[in-house]
Design a protein around this ligand. Sequence first.
Ligand SMILES: NC(=O)C1=CN([C@@H]2O[C@H](COP(=O)(O)OP(=O)(O)OC[C@H]3O[C@@H](n4cnc5c(N)ncnc54)[C@H](OP(=O)(O)O)[C@@H]3O)[C@@H](O)[C@H]2O)C=CC1
Ligand SMILES: O=C1CO[C@H](CO)[C@@H](O)[C@@H]1O
Length: 316
Amino acid sequence: MPSINNLKFSNGLEIPSLGLGTYKEEKEDVLVDAVKAAIKSGYRHFDCAHIYFNEQHIGKAIRDTIAESNGALKREDFFITSKCWNTYHSREKVHLCLDQILQRLGLEYLDLYLIHWPMGFKEDAGDYPLGEDGKMIPSDIHYLDTYKAMEECVRNGKTKSIGVSNFNIKQLEDVLANGEIKPVCNQVEVNPLFQNAELIEFCQKKNIVVVAYAPLGAPDRAWLKTEDPVPLQHPIVLNLAKKHNKSPAQIILRWLLQRGLVVIPKSVNPTRIEENSKIFDFNLSSEEMTEFKNFRDQFRFYKFEVADKHQFYPFE
Ligand SMILES: NC(=O)C1=CN([C@@H]2O[C@H](COP(=O)(O)OP(=O)(O)OC[C@H]3O[C@@H](n4cnc5c(N)ncnc54)[C@H](OP(=O)(O)O)[C@@H]3O)[C@@H](O)[C@H]2O)C=CC1
Ligand SMILES: O=C1CO[C@H](CO)[C@@H](O)[C@@H]1O
């Protein structure tokens, strides 16, 4: 089995270019089985977040696997990302959020701690503080202040690296100009229907690794509409799948890898988890890569519209 390769961060550390997404599953037995199946299939990178309400199960599966491996697996073999939620943007809360994450995971450090979104929400009013207008109530905390506290988390050893998620080019430029520790990554949506070319080009020029979320178009999203386009069923993908004797998901993931991205497909199905790992043993030609330009681009699956009035909302 070809092994999962790594990409190098600007700080010299490495991230496996395939990780397991974990959003939208909170059941302990399902998640523990999924994480264990992933480890068996060679995954070492797990994408978590405070707001996914499931980190205790992921941590349990990883710690149990390490304990049962008789020394074959250690904490250092894993790459664990988690994210500071929007109601934790003040300095004190950035630290509190990380402490709570580590406690739930049962780990002493993260490999990567991200600011989940540039927008801070009102603190101490639950995870989704909705106003009477149906929109998130903002806090007045600037993401540059949040980022300063993130830097302290590297200095105190609770995370190896820091980065951001859902930041646009202007917001990244602010962080690059004002921060002391460079963000190693920006985790953003990328899939055939939302190719995000301009942002990816900017990040790659600045040596910021792009982690592609919703790589398969999040077909399990709660807000799915029957008329929405489905990347996994697109004729271009189906045709390439047939040609390479691969599945539609493998074709999309391979296309993303060949754009120099890290992919974090979510699955809780052991067969699909293994399928998604078999993307390192074939190549799409440059002509095949170009075929993806024929997709209807700019169909964003994660718009987070309840926060679109926030001064730091990142999307147009
Ligand atoms: N930073 C951010 O703001 C965000 C980060 N994320 C992260 O990115 C991860 C991935 O994104 P996500 O939204 O989950 O969506 P994905 O694009 O990864 O799609 C997940 C869906 O695809 C299905 N699936 C997985 N593998 C296959 C396959 N081989 N063939 C067919 N269907 C398949 C899964 O079903 P099943 O489980 O049944 O296999 C599930 O329904 C998240 O889980 C999360 O970790 C996501 C959104 C926002
Ligand atoms: O990662 C994500 C999934 O969950 C959140 C919503 O509950 C999103 O805001 C976020 O981008």
